[in-house]
Design a protein. Sequence first.
Length: 406
Amino acid sequence: MFEQHASSGPFCEPDLDHHLEAFLASLAQAGYAENTLRGKARRIAPFVQWTRTEGIRLCEVDDLDACIEAFLACPSRRLYKHRCALQAFVVYLCEAKVLPQRPVQPSAAAILCPSVLENLHSQQGLSDHSIAAYAVSARDCIEAMQLAEEAVGVDALAIRRYILDVSQQHAVATVKVYAAGLRSFLRFCLLKGLINRDLSTTVPCIGRWQPKPMPPVLTDEAIARVLAMVDRSSVRGCREFAILQLLAGLRLRASEVLALRLEDLHWEQGEILVRGKGAQFDRLPLLQDVGEALVQYLRVARGTSDSRHVFLRRKAARIGLQAPSTVSAMAHRALERAGLLPSGRVGAPIFRDSLATRMLRHGASLSEIAEVLRHRCIKTTQGDAKVDLERLRDVAQAWPGTQEVV
């Protein structure tokens, strides 16, 4: 059960009915639908009445989460939707300084993790999405190994034991992300003097030994068919068509599409500023088809918002799209509509991979392909430009004892 204490500061018990109206007004300004507002009011109003009936003064409650759980103990309340609405309301009250901020003893992860993430952003130039992925492994590693309290006791055995524990709880792809984040984190610890030797080399490589099929290659005719199948009369289709034009016409990455801002579109110069990986900025020509698709989206489908991102969510809150997987899902649906969806995991990178492979088949060198795709490392280009199997058959020798090339 939660406890109350006498307020020692200037805070007095707020008028929750008044602040509930202000909270709903802020949601309406953010673009939430009227039906959503009514639902939140229907879930929060009983909580307000409950605090009044039970004589609970929120400004004197030590643990607001425990207070919410006490209210939700009634079986008649649907826990998930009530909890989400009430937590959002309490956060609003705290941010508006209506309720006092309770002092919380920060954990080692809370102290160290912000410094790690700032280093990834300022020194290594990682994107927000990469930093978010690395943050999970860094925070988990700090808590599991009790850094920085017992950093001296961290050794190769402890690191491998930690990776083994992670591998038993997650898929191989997730473990690879954890391992990459852990290596980066250990290098940071060495830099800050938390450990006295480089332990990043002790993180084991995560293998995924399985045959990787050759990815499909989209021809120009196939890409035209994908674009033609988009319903541009709807708001959703208009946004999807503009994104597909950027993927197919300029070969942008999904993360680069999300990072695109209104000030990056230089209409008079006919250029577009691309915010690439590793804090890399490139200027690309704004092709006519791409420009027309963007103009239509901005005029018809984008709507008003305080956000400067070009592509926004269709539902409240009206902010920029958050995850690259959203863009890949659009590409996946577009390929499926056009009847060109191959087997396996396919998303936005198929347009870049297809261009690289087609260029390789037409005799382009890897350095030329790297320049077109804006790669800084030739190894990345080697991964995108897949080998032409038909051309390999011309030079391959027959298997011993047979007359044909397998």
